[in-house]
Design a protein around this ligand. Structure first.
Ligand SMILES: [Zn+2]
Ligand SMILES: [Zn+2]
Length: 398
């Protein structure tokens, strides 16, 4: 193989040599030109026969306290590499309510904007909350993006006693409202929806459950919790999710006007990785109910250890490229086929497995000189229960 490459390179040099009289400028690579209209593709492997879809289940628009309209959120999510989104505007408070009422006027019997009273009386005001979702759906259809849009909203009450909750997989957002959140949650489940507990430590000194939380969780009215909201990670919630069989979510809760800040080309928007058969509402909901999710934030992956191990092993190809029995050494080639860089550690040595690159690692034999040391590493940008990194024995490719 080496000889072939050498002669090919030599051949190219000869051709260049023949045409080398006049210097020519080289066109700029397309990669050097920035484009704000290209989608970031986040390549992840299949895991146990499931595809990994990228979702954000917590997004605000200008109809509540965000500053981008639903159509803008659809385009933005698509460019950020997402496959699934839910627009989840506040049910109880709409700063952009005047604009909202104007837009939803055609949904009213008289075609006129409804006079808005106070946020407390939102339940009695004729607002079509479904119109926010419809506006996003219209954009999705127009663009033709193969993205799944899930109908949702956020219910928010006193932070100290109740907190905020996202209601997802809804059929009709209107009529869910009740002063008693437990009643509202039951209505969500009656529609085939689910409730997730958002940012459990926000504006509170603890992530511990309140009396209301105890009641809602034990009544089976909470299906999942945000272990990550924006860039905030709640490590204690990982344990809660595992102990109580709840689904882990990482959502942006995006309100801002610009695209979600990327720290580097390899660091993506906060997202929930969903392990589902197909990109359909049925399969995505099934994945969520069966807790096949991982949380992604700022280059870190958080979740149940078994899924972390699967994701890592499917992302990395590992093979022995050299073995010297006399010296007792082995050289491993580790190739990362995914878009997520992994930082692995063995003893005092740390290696970064960059996307679509290989590293070579030498491992010898154990102290007795009998057995070869296994390619077992602690993956430092993966987190499971109790704020711990998993230690993964990398499978050798056959
Ligand atoms: Zn909230
Ligand atoms: Zn929110």
């Amino acid at each position: 193989m080496k000889r072939v490459i050498f002669s090919l390179a030599f051949g190219i040099l000869l051709v260049l040599g023949a045409n080398a009289q006049k210097p020519k400028s080289v066109p700029y690579s397309v990669r050097m030109m920035k484009s704000s209209t290209q989608r970031t593709e986040i390549i992840l492997p299949q895991v146990k026969g499931y595809n990994i879809y990228k979702g954000d289940f917590h997004i605000h628009t200008s109809y509540s306290d965000g500053v981008i309209n639903p159509a803008g959120r659809v385009v933005e999510a698509w460019l950020d590499g997402l496959d699934i989104i839910a627009i989840t505007d506040h049910y109880e408070g709409h700063s952009g309510v005047k604009k909202f009422l104007k837009v939803t006027a055609p949904y009213n019997e008289d075609g006129q904007p409804t006079p808005y009273q106070t946020t407390a009386k939102v339940g009695s005001v004729k607002i079509d909350f479904n119109a926010i979702h419809d506006e996003a759906a219209k954009q999705l259809e127009k663009s033709g993006y193969p993205m799944l849009l899930i109908k949702g909203c956020e219910m928010a009450r006193n932070n100290q006693t109740h907190g905020h909750f996202n209601c997802l997989f809804l059929k009709d957002i209107n009529g869910l409202y009740d002063k008693d959140l437990m009643v509202a949650f039951k209505r969500v489940y009656d529609q085939g929806g689910i409730v997730i507990h958002n940012h459990p430590g926000w504006r509170r000194k603890t992530t511990d459950k309140t009396e209301f939380h105890e009641a809602a969780y034990s009544a089976g009215l909470i299906s999942g919790v945000e272990v990550v909201n924006g860039h905030t990670f709640y490590p204690h919630i990982v344990k809660r999710c595992i102990d109580e069989k709840l689904t882990m979510f990482a959502n942006t809760d995006i309100h801002s006007s610009s695209y979600y800040p990327r720290m580097s080309p390899d660091v993506f928007r906060t997202m929930t990785l969903v392990l589902a058969k197909e990109l359909t509402e049925k399969d995505v909901k099934d994945a969520i109910l069966k807790r096949r999710t991982l949380a992604y934030v700022a280059g870190n992956v958080i979740g149940e250890e078994k899924w972390l191990v699967e994701l890592f092993n499917e992302s990395i190809d590992c093979r022995i490229v050299q073995e010297n029995n006399e010296k007792g050494t082995r050289k491993f080639q580790l190739t990362n086929h995914s878009s997520i860089p992994y930082t692995i550690r063995k003893g005092k040595k740390t290696y970064v497995l960059e996307p679509l690159r290989s590293v070579f690692i030498n491992l010898g034999k154990d102290k007795e000189g009998k057995k070869y040391i296994k390619p077992e590493f602690r993956v430092e940008n993966m987190w499971h229960v109790d704020y711990k990194h998993p230690t993964i024995n990398i499978e050798l490719d056959k």
